[in-house]
Structure formats: structure tokens, C-alpha cells
Design a protein around this ligand. Structure first.
Ligand SMILES: CC(C)(COP(=O)(O)OP(=O)(O)OC[C@H]1O[C@@H](n2cnc3c(N)ncnc32)[C@H](O)[C@@H]1OP(=O)(O)O)[C@@H](O)C(=O)NCCC(=O)NCCS
Length: 174
């Protein structure tokens, strides 16, 4: 039983332990999402507390995919708050727990965050991902346009720099 939920700050706080576990699993699996493995629980906790503050402030959406009541995946939409950017958002931190990968959750979360962005009048989405990752292929399948590649943008777990690809998607009203 899969449910996609937009978590408010209180709900995210209640699910903090599961969110921490999800982030640690993604980082420890080698995902390029800002942290180096092994990710300490305290560092993950600090990260989620900032996310929850943003959710509370209305500058971020946090979606969670629950499978049988357990958070199996999540994605965020950072809502640009500067006056000339209120029509756009940045998709961030798409992550599916290793136990639940390749079952369609990543695609479902991306489709849901796009629908939510539309609902909020955010018609331009941007995101970036490590070149060659599964997410790279997923974004192309979902109709994102590659803007370009920055070589040596982010360090891998072995401390070697890897290229990052930047994408955008213009949402239409269809
Ligand atoms: C990227 C990620 C979110 C994909 O989630 P997922 O739930 O496994 O993906 P899905 O099952 O929805 O599959 C999406 C597409 O990717 C393909 N895919 C998924 N995993 C794949 C793999 N390991 N190798 C090749 N293709 C793969 C699927 O075939 C699917 O294509 P389709 O819809 O045309 O059939 C997941 O691998 C993950 O959490 N990775 C670590 C975190 C990360 O890198 N996040 C991206 C940050 S930008």
C-alpha cells in the first residue's frame, strides 16, 4: 500500500526518526545529495530540523512516500521566495530507501511534486544530479531539459570530483 503525503512541520517532526534513516541510507548508498558517508545521525537530524523550519515557513514542500506506514522515499521542492522567482522551484533530495528502489516510487514522487508545483503556480522547475546516475536518466524520461554539465562539481565518497548536470522543466497547463 503506497501513499504519497505532503508532510507539514508537525508531521515531519513526528516522522523524524524515519526521515533520518532514509537520508542516512541514501548517503551511505553513495547518493550525491550533499553529504559524505558515513552520515552521522546527528548531522542528519540537524539537516531535517532545517528542512522542517522551511516547511513551517512555507518556503519548502516535503513529500513522503509511505509503504505500509513506513517512509520509504521523499522529495522536496524549494520554493523560490525572492519576488522575481515566485514562479519557480527547485526539486531537491529525491531519495528512495534501498529496500524500496526500482518499484516506481522515484517516478511517482517526481510526478506528484510536479503536480503540487503546478497547484502552487510554480511553472518552472530546476534540479541537478550527478552525471550518469539513475536520477539523470529518470529526469530525461520525465521531460527535463539538460542545460549543461559542470565538471568536477561535487565530491564522491572517495573524495574524487564528479560532474553534475543541470536540468529544467517548464510546466504547462495540460
Ligand atoms: C534515483 C532514485 C530516486 C530512483 O528511485 P526508484 O524508485 O528506484 O526509481 P523508479 O523505480 O521510479 O524508476 C524510475 C526509472 O528509473 C529506472 N531505474 C531505476 N533504478 C534503476 C537502476 N538501478 N538502473 C537503471 N535504471 C533504473 C527505472 O527503470 C525507471 O524507468 P521507467 O519508469 O522508464 O521504467 C533512487 O535510485 C535513489 O534514491 N537513489 C539515491 C538518491 C539519489 O541519487 N537521488 C537523486 C538526487 S538528484
Amino acid at each position: 500500500m503506497i501513499t504519497i503525503k505532503r508532510l507539514n512541520a508537525d508531521e515531519a517532526q513526528e516522522r523524524l526518526t524515519q526521515l533520518i534513516d532514509l537520508l542516512r541510507d541514501a548517503v551511505d548508498s553513495g547518493a550525491s545529495i550533499g553529504f559524505m558517508p558515513p552520515l552521522l545521525a546527528g548531522t542528519a537530524w540537524e539537516y531535517w530540523e532545517k528542512v522542517i523550519q522551511d516547511v513551517e515557513a512555507g518556503s519548502r514542500l516535503l513529500l513522503a512516500a509511505e509503504v505500509n506506514g513506513e517512509i520509504a522515499a521523499s522529495v522536496q521542492l524549494a520554493l523560490e521566495m525572492r519576488p522575481n522567482g515566485i514562479h519557480r522551484g527547485e526539486v531537491q533530495k529525491l531519495m528512495v530507501h534501498r529496500r524500496y528502489r526500482q518499484q516506481g516510487l522515484g517516478r511517482l514522487l517526481m510526478q506528484t511534486i510536479e503536480a503540487d508545483a503546478r497547484e502552487l503556480g510554480r511553472k518552472l522547475l530546476v534540479l541537478d544530479t550527478r552525471q550518469g546516475d539513475t536520477a539523470d536518466g529518470l529526469c530525461r524520461k520525465l521531460g527535463y531539459t539538460e542545460v549543461g554539465i559542470i565538471p568536477n562539481y561535487a565530491l564522491d565518497a572517495d573524495s574524487k570530483p564528479r560532474s553534475t548536470i543541470f536540468f529544467y522543466k517548464q510546466l504547462t497547463d495540460d
